[in-house]
Design a protein around this ligand. Structure first.
Ligand code: 9J3
Ligand code: ZN
Length: 278
């Protein structure tokens, strides 16, 4: 009809298309039960990585199957000294099912030290971005590293070498270098109170204290050096939340990091320190 005939009719404002505040956030709003569940909301595909790739020893790639969720961040993880990826492989499908591409690496040698493991983690990310079956799914600007023991120590090396990384996830990290002040990539360290191989007091704590950026240190009550080798819902919840917060900018997960889990007699948590708010 002619506009003049509508004079005096106040049209309702057109429904505004909802512009997502964050294009990287994916999945439903998290709850304590969703972040501790043994699997996340996304189906995962798996691919065996040949040992003939350049710069690392192959391994296993886990990636969300869906191609309608936008881009994914990628997380490369290394096992510890003398161990293979299978020692911590529960983390592959666990993290991937929450919406990350995960590269679980084999190291060139099981006797490689942290500096070599750091280089191999970066080579694995480069392979994932450039040559992997998940290449088209990955946002090359949103990459992270982590690992167990010398693999965790290697993840700090990787962050020192590549400051553009978005998150570091060292588990019971071991490194002869105790000072990481040059690293300002957000880092969540998880240590075990009863670890006698990489004691928290001579590894995780000085690493945490020296780090230059946003950081958290979770010390698990009574846990040994080998806690990362068994599925653990608290470890998973904290790693998922850290990756969501810093790789996906998804502040819906800050509630699990700040103030974070609290300690208590007979609880799982010996101590938790952080640089909240974030
Ligand atoms: O990766 C690790 O478990 C490192 C612990 C270790 O045996 O270091 C001694 C050199
Ligand atoms: Zn304790």
């Amino acid at each position: 009809m002619a506009a003049a005939l509508c004079a005096g009719v106040v049209a309702a404002a057109p429904a505004q298309a909802q512009v997502p505040a964050n294009p990287y956030a994916k999945g439903p709003n998290p709850t304590e039960s969703s972040v501790t569940a043994t699997t996340g909301p996304f189906a995962v595909s798996t691919y065996n990585i040949s040992s003939l790739v350049a710069g690392f020893g192959g391994g296993t790639l886990y990636y969300p199957t869906a191609t309608n969720q936008g881009t994914y961040g990628a997380i490369a993880l290394s096992p510890g000294y003398t161990a293979g990826w299978s020692s911590i492989s529960w983390l592959g499908p666990r993290l991937a099912s929450f919406g990350f591409v995960v590269i679980g690496i084999e190291t060139d040698s099981r006797y490689d030290y942290p500096p070599s493991r750091g280089s191999q983690l970066l080579a694995a990310l480069d392979w994932a971005v450039e040559d992997s079956p998940a290449a088209s799914r990955i946002d090359p600007a949103r990459l992270a590293v982590g690992g167990h023991s010398m693999g965790g120590g290697g993840s700090l090396e990787a962050a020192s070498d590549r400051p553009s990384l978005r998150a570091v996830l060292p588990l019971a990290p071991w490194n002869s270098d105790k000072t990481w002040s040059e690293v300002d990539v957000p880092t969540l360290i998880i240590g075990g109170e009863s670890d006698t191989i990489a004691p928290v007091g001579t590894h995780s704590t000085p690493f945490y204290n020296s780090l230059g950026g946003e950081k958290a240190l979770l010390e698990l009550n009574n846990a040994s050096h080998f806690f990362p080798q068994s599925p653990n819902s608290l470890v998973a919840k904290m790693m998922i939340s850290w990756a969501k917060r810093w790789v996906d900018n998804d502040t819906r997960y800050s509630q699990f990091l700040c103030p974070g889990p609290s300690s208590g007699i007979l609880g799982e948590i010996e101590d938790y320190q952080e640089t909240c708010p974030f």
